[in-house]
Design a protein around this ligand. Structure first.
Ligand code: HPA
Length: 280
C-alpha cells in the first residue's frame, strides 16, 4: 500500500476510536511517558491495534496512544516513540506525526532524554530545544515528496516555534524553575557516543545529545506545525564525567525529574495559544 494511503488508514482508525478532536500532539521520550496518567478519562489505543503502525521495542516506551483532555486541551499523546536505531524505516519513525497532521493536529510537543554537552549542565536539568544538528544522514523526507503535507525543500530556519519557546520560559519562571535552552544533536545510536564524538558535538555548538526527536521535528516542520522540544538531561555526555553510561541510570534520572517535568508541561499546555491554528 502506498505511504499516503497507509497514513490515511491509520488516521481513520484512530479517529473512529477516540472521542475528541485533538489539537495538541505529544510524543514522549524514555521514562517520560507518565504525563499520560494526567489525561482525564483517556481512550487508550495500543500501537499494535493501529493499521500500519510499528511497535515501540525500547524499555520505558509503553507503545500506546492516549486521547483526552490535558489542562483542558484536547490532546493526542504517543506514549513511547519509535527510533531509527530500532531498525525502522524513517517513514515508520515519523508515521505518528503524519497521522496527527491528518487528524488536524497542528501543535506538537516532543520530549526526550538527552546527554548534556554544556559543562554548565547537570543531570536532572531541563532544556528547551532552540535548534538542532542532524548527524544522522537519512531524512524522513527522503523519497517522493508528500505534497499534501509540505514542499520538496522545506524551510528549517525556525522549526522550534519562537512564540512557544517564550511561553515555555515564562511558565518555567512562574514556577521558579530553571529552564536551559540549547541545541540538540541527533546521533544515530544505539551505542552511546564516544568521548571524542562528544567533544566534536560540543565544538559544533551542541548543548545536548540524543537519539530521537529530530525526525519527528523535521516532518512536523515540513507539515507547517508549531513545535516545542523539551529535553531532560539525564546524564553528562560520555567522557565529561569519569564514568560509563547506562540506560538504567538514565531511566533513574528521568524518574527523579518526572514530577517537575509533568508540572511544567501541564502549565505549558494550559497556556498554549490555540489560535492561529497553524501559523509559526
Ligand atoms: N547520548 C545519546 N542519547 C542519550 C544520552 C546520551 O548521552 N542520554 C540519553 N539519551
Amino acid at each position: 500500500m502506498e505511504q499516503l494511503a497507509q497514513i490515511n488508514a491509520a488516521a481513520t482508525f484512530i479517529r473512529k476510536h477516540i472521542a475528541i478532536t485533538p489539537r495538541i500532539g505529544l510524543i514522549l521520550g524514555s521514562g517520560l511517558g507518565a504525563l499520560g496518567e494526567q489525561i482525564e478519562d483517556p481512550v487508550r489505543v495500543p500501537y499494535t491495534d493501529i493499521p500500519h503502525f510499528k511497535t515501540a521495542t525500547v524499555e520505558g516506551h509503553a507503545g500506546q496512544l492516549l486521547a483526552g483532555k490535558l489542562s483542558g486541551k484536547p490532546v493526542l499523546l504517543f506514549q513511547g516513540r519509535l527510533h531509527y536505531y530500532e531498525g525502522y524505516h524513517m517513514n515508520d519513525v515519523v508515521f505518528p506525526v503524519r497521522c496527527m497532521k491528518v487528524l488536524g493536529v497542528n501543535n506538537l510537543i516532543v520530549t526526550n532524554a538527552a546527554g548534556g554537552l554544556d559543562p554548565a549542565y547537570r543531570p536532572g536539568d531541563l532544556m528547551l530545544i532552540k535548534d538542532h544538528i542532524k548527524m544522522v544522514t537519512d531524512s524522513p523526507l527522503r523519497g517522493p515528496n508528500l505534497d499534501t503535507f509540505g514542499p520538496r525543500f522545506n524551510d528549517m530556519s525556525a522549526p522550534y516555534t519562537r512564540t512557544i519557546r517564550t511561553l515555555a520560559h515564562k511558565c518555567a519562571e512562574d514556577m521558579n524553575l530553571s529552564l536551559k535552552e540549547g541545541v540538540y544533536c541527533y546521533m544515530p545510536g544505539p551505542s552511546y557516543e564516544t568521548a571524542s564524538e562528544i567533544r566534536m558535538l560540543r565544538m559544533l555548538g551542541g548543548h545536548a545529545v540524543g537519539m530521537s526527536t529530530v525526525p519527528e521535528v523535521i516532518t512536523a516542520a515540513h507539515a507547517g506545525m508549531r513545535i516545542m522540544g523539551l529535553s531532560c538531561i539525564t546524564n553528562m555526555g560520555t567522557g565529561i564525567l569519569d564514568q560509563p553510561l547506562s540506560h538504567e541510570d538514565i531511566m533513574t534520572t528521568s524518574e527523579q525529574v518526572r514530577e517537575t517535568f509533568i508540572a511544567l508541561l501541564k502549565r505549558i499546555i494550559d497556556t498554549w495559544p490555540m489560535n492561529p491554528e497553524s501559523a509559526q
